[in-house]
Write a protein of this length. Sequence first.
Length: 243
Amino acid sequence: MAGHSKWKNIQRRKNAQDAKKGKIFMRHAKDIYTAAKQGGGDITTNPSLRLAVDKAKADNMPNDNIDRAIKKATGTLDGASFEELTYEGYGPGGVAVIVHVLTDNKNRTAADIRHAFKKNNGNLGENGSVSFMFDRKGYIVITNEQGEIDEDELTLEALEAGAEDIEVDDGMFEIFTAPEDLQAVVDQLNKAGYSIADSEVTLIPQTTTSLSEEDVSHMMNLIETLEENEDVQDIHHNLEVTE
């Protein structure tokens, strides 16, 4: 399965944002808002909300901020109304890019996203122009930096819990599930004593694209520009990432 560079992308993004706690909390608040808006404000019956809250707490987001986001979504607190949007297009060298946003001003956000692509030798496309190149999957990471995890045991446990595939690479295990099975697999692995480094429903590229050094530079600038936009929630691409 393509996409085993995803964890490195996640780590790079999180490291770059460590000094930007305000933006991190804002993005978590938007994730929580969306999950609660779609599935209700009870984490015991809304797995998506539970996952969003767990991620927020892992980044030390205050409970008051979490509660406020849930109350906004459920109509018990006045606040802005956010809209989920997806932009698809091509980065430099034909790299497929999908950008998910959550915004209270779609005109502003559309202009910002379009400018980011144009500035970095890319262009936006129509909805569906690149999404067919990706598979929607549940994605789980378990790190094995100390080498204490038995690969065969974890593989068996994950498959029995409902995982579709597992990859081992450079001291970590990447586990793929059907989107609807993600939470059940996470719960089972937690119950078995494994520490989950990250889990989410995401898009995995079916194939990856290699670029010249110049185009890689433009692509990284595009990603960084998008990441700095407070409305951007997720960026997916099929760039073949190397060290």
